[in-house]
Design a binder for this molecule. Structure first.
Ligand SMILES: C[S@@+](CC[C@H](N)C(=O)[O-])C[C@H]1O[C@@H](n2cnc3c(N)ncnc32)[C@H](O)[C@@H]1O
Length: 221
């Protein structure tokens, strides 16, 4: 990318910065990996688009995502690793357990994280956390982005098995995977009520317009 960075500002999240490029501002993660990175002040920053990452969108919309450099993250719905690599940049001294069940994105995920030693990929079904490999340890942050009809149940099952008490979960709810025809507001309300049976719901924000019919929910276990 041949773009000139004119300034860099920290955000409240470790290793996440706002880059200024002339009149434009982008979210970016401080990285030690050169792929897709821009240089400024002798450091590498990887732009993090809210259009391709719901987590980037949540942060830009002001959600108080409690990630830091030491975070232990259970990431459900890793896909090809676009967002996983940014979470790996953020949790530089922590660990990211990245769960994906589809073979094609999993292949790309393995390539994307090949040089990263803080990401543990798992080809597994997030609906069955009881079947994850035995090396999976507790997490203090759960991130979930899976297109499934039972999204709240998946978050609860994973939290029960792996999330520390008082740990946080940020869940991107995709209404149209739960019901193709129902009213979106009712779908979100039902899903959040289900989450509230096991979590304290702290914040909810719509991810419109970049992620249509998606709502982000931040909860504490
Ligand atoms: C919207 S994509 C995730 C995008 C990704 N989080 C990112 O920001 O780059 C959803 C992913 O969840 C995966 N997925 C859906 N259901 C799953 C399940 N039960 N277990 C594991 N992965 C699942 C899909 O295969 C797909 O790759």
């Amino acid at each position: 990318m041949s773009v000139e960075i004119t300034g860099v500002r920290p955000t409240r999240i470790d290793n996440v910065f706002t880059l200024a490029a002339g009149p434009e501002e982008w979210l970016a993660t401080l990285s030690t990996y050169p792929e897709g990175a821009l240089q400024y002040g002798g450091k590498l920053y990887r732009p993090w688009s809210p259009a391709t990452s719901k987590l980037s969108s949540m942060i830009l919309k002001g959600m108080q995502i409690p990630l830091n450099a030491q975070s232990r993250v259970l990431y459900l719905g890793a896909a090809s690793g676009t967002t996983v690599t940014h979470v790996s940049d953020i949790a530089a001294d922590g660990i990211v357990f990245a769960v994906e069940f589809a073979a094609r994105p999993a292949r790309d995920l393995l390539r994307a994280i090949a040089d990263r030693d803080n990401v543990i990929p798992m080809i597994a079904d997030a609906r069955r956390p009881d079947l994850y490999p035995p090396f999976v340890d507790h997490a203090d942050f759960l991130y979930q982005d899976v297109a499934q009809p039972d999204q709240a149940d998946i978050a609860i099952a994973n939290a029960e098995k792996y999330l520390a008490s008082g740990g946080y979960a940020a869940i991107a709810i995709k209404a149209r995977s739960i019901s193709a025809g129902g009213d979106v507001k009712d779908i979100f309300r039902n899903e959040i009520e289900r989450l509230a049976e096991r979590f304290e719901v702290i914040e909810k924000i719509s991810l419109e317009p970049l992620h249509h019919d998606h709502m982000a929910v931040l909860c504490r276990y």
